[in-house]
Design a protein around this ligand. Structure first.
Ligand code: ADP
Ligand code: TRP
Length: 329
């Protein structure tokens, strides 16, 4: 049986990008695989969250994952900091990770640009901690969005390097995974780029219908095509990409036809998109609220998950220590 693992930083609510990029794949895969899902709260420290918010952020993300269909009786769902073994593996792996390669990571370079006042060592070694998350359970498949592809490449590099250095085949070489083969990038509504928390352009699963409508009606468009069957500019393509995710195929076809014959009214398209996003998110929103307020359930899930994850984590650590040459007196 293959092991599937994915995680998300607890830095805010789940948006459609997270959902379609990583979560749906995991939900579909959880039954046929040995599955792990965790909330990356150590990773969230790289952006210095307020201690008052730390726990609530974890609670939010955990509730949202459960509401979206991760079944704690099927998958092992846990909080990263409840499994401290990961920090030891992170330390051990960091001895074989080179500063040059970490500095060249795209996400690190982006962070330097975005938070020049806080270029901490945790940001530099972000990919090492992520590799530790994955290798701790020796995962084969890691469902993530396109933006995480490079991190997965680095995990593979660290795993291969370890295997070669210690002449072992202990670590599996994990792959970024998506059912559709191509990793997904859900666009934002601001004309370019991906939907993301730090981009401030997200439609969140927990968003109120009124908020969703406002966000979509504000989406960037243009004055419309003037030539039949012309290629769509990026902002318009993005609107269609979102529509394909939440609307019925005949609805997408209808607006596509209108675009091609230069009769499209973006206002109508946005209204339809807003309606379809709201229909899509409403059942999740209701469930999220229910779970978020259920302390007893959340505690049970977190405890049960940590216990299961730690059994495996301890086994991995003990093998890794042995391979590296640690011995008891
Ligand atoms: P964000 O970019 O909003 O901060 P995270 O970095 O926490 O989100 O990403 C969590 C998961 O969601 C990752 O697997 C990531 O690849 C995926 N993801 C985030 N944004 C998108 C997007 N716009 N399209 C596809 N996948 C995404
Ligand atoms: N870096 C991921 C993100 O930003 C979160 C993450 C941390 C993760 N560790 C992981 C994802 C391990 C998959 C596997 O979304």
């Amino acid at each position: 049986m293959q092991t599937v693992l994915s995680g998300i930083r607890s830095t805010g609510n789940l948006h459609l990008g997270n959902y379609f990029g990583a979560l749906t794949n995991f939900v579909k895969m959880q039954h046929e695989n040995n599955s792990y899902f965790f909330v990356a709260d150590y990773h969230s420290l790289t952006t210095h969250p307020n201690p008052k918010d730390l726990h609530n952020n974890v609670r939010k993300v955990l509730s949202e994952y459960l509401a979206c269909g991760i079944d704690p009786d099927v998958a092992t769902i846990y909080i990263q900091s409840d499994v401290p073994e990961v920090t030891e593996l992170y330390l051990l792996l960091s001895m074989n990770a080179y500063v040059g390669e970490l500095e060249r990571t795209t996400t690190f370079k982006e962070k330097i640009r975005k938070q020049p006042e806080n270029i901490n060592a945790g940001l530099l070694t972000y990919a090492v901690l992520m590799a530790a998350d994955i290798l701790l359970h020796n995962a084969h498949k890691v469902p993530v969005g396109k933006d995480q592809e490079q991190h997965l490449e680095m995990t593979r590099k660290f795993a291969r390097r370890f295997n070669k250095m210690y002449k072992t085949d202990f670590f599996n070489i994990p792959k970024a995974y998506n059912f559709g083969n191509e990793l997904v990038k859900v666009p934002g509504l601001d004309g370019s780029g991906k939907m993301g928390k730090s981009e401030g352009n997200g439609i969140y699963l927990a968003d109120d219908p009124k908020v969703i409508k406002k966000k979509i009606m504000r989406a960037v468009t243009d004055s419309g095509p003037t030539e039949q069957n012309s290629e769509k500019p990026e902002a318009i393509k993005n609107l269609f990409t979102l529509m394909k995710l939440v609307s019925k195929p005949d609805v997408v076809q209808f607006f596509d036809g209108k675009y091609n014959s230069c009769e499209i009214r973006y206002g109508d398209m946005k209204k339809q998109l807003a309606e379809d996003v709201i229909n899509f998110t409403t059942p999740f929103r209701e469930k999220i609220n229910e779970i978020y307020n259920n302390d007893v359930y959340l505690r049970k899930v977190a405890e049960q998950g940590a216990e299961k994850a730690r059994i495996n984590a301890r086994k991995t650590l003990s093998s890794v220590r042995e391979i590296m040459g640690f011995k008891k007196f």
